[in-house]
Design a protein around this ligand. Structure first.
Ligand code: DX5
Ligand code: ZN
Length: 223
């Protein structure tokens, strides 16, 4: 099976119409989405504020799809229990925002959810290497964290391929997630480079024919 055929799609609700959040989530679910990506921003680790555990709880009430929570916050540890209680199935934290990544990843797993680590485009990839045997998700940011609607950074294709090879070499059951600026044009190249789960906000929820069509357009692009 070609890699693209098994590529999963995770719409980011940051780009959803919050006046109809439940309907928007049900639409991408009906359109064939695999996960729901929830972008939590605190206005400190990243300049903007998005939403917190109420948005996770609302998503949990709207779908049975896995909720993939991306914490762009600092500190992280005081909030983990609340995000799990709200319904998170996976929590991905920034390596730049935690003093002891190994301890934080351990705590997330102790809470019974999947543990992920991510990094800004400018942070060396090597910052993740020591932790690969302690996590379930590696998230490659292909935009600067903090906003949707940005352009994909093509230099991240090399990082995706490099991490995919490293993960393969240690035959880990890690999901390699790519997040930021992904649309029907970029998606095949990201999958070809090794991206297994593609996060897309604007290209899905901003699709002219609606979110379900946005998911289907990405799926068609992946072949
Ligand atoms: C950016 C977020 C991304 C972003 C994706 O900080 O982590 O998940 O919302 O949205 P688009 O697809 O619009 O770049
Ligand atoms: Zn994200």
């Amino acid at each position: 099976m070609p890699p693209e055929a098994s590529t999963r799609i995770a719409p980011s609700i940051l780009a959803a119409d919050f006046g109809r959040l439940g309907d928007e989530i049900r639409a991408v679910d009906a359109g064939g989405a695999d996960w729901i990506h929830v972008d939590v921003m605190d206005g400190a680790f990243v300049p903007s504020i998005s939403f917190g555990t109420p948005a996770v709880a609302a998503a949990r009430a709207a779908t049975r799809l896995p909720l993939d929570v991306h914490l762009m916050i600092e500190p992280v540890e005081p909030h983990l229990d609340a995000f799990v209680a709200a319904g998170a199935d996976a929590i991905t934290v920034h390596v730049e925002a935690v003093a002891d990544p190994a301890a934080t990843l351990r705590r997330i797993r102790e809470l019974g959810v999947r543990a992920g680590l991510t990094l800004r485009p400018g942070t060396p990839e090597s910052s993740l290497w020591p932790h690969l045997d302690a996590l379930d998700i590696v998230l490659v940011m292909s935009v600067e964290p903090g906003a949707g609607g940005q352009a994909f950074i093509p230099e991240m294709l090399d990082r995706i391929a490099s991490l995919a090879a490293r993960i393969e070499a240690q035959s880990s059951e890690i999901d390699l997630v790519v997040d930021g600026g992904i649309n029907a044009d970029v998606a095949p190249r990201v999958a070809e480079a090794g991206g297994q789960v593609l996060v897309a906000g604007t290209s899905v929820f901003g699709h002219p024919d609606g979110p379900a069509s946005g998911v289907r357009a990405l799926r068609r692009a992946l072949g």
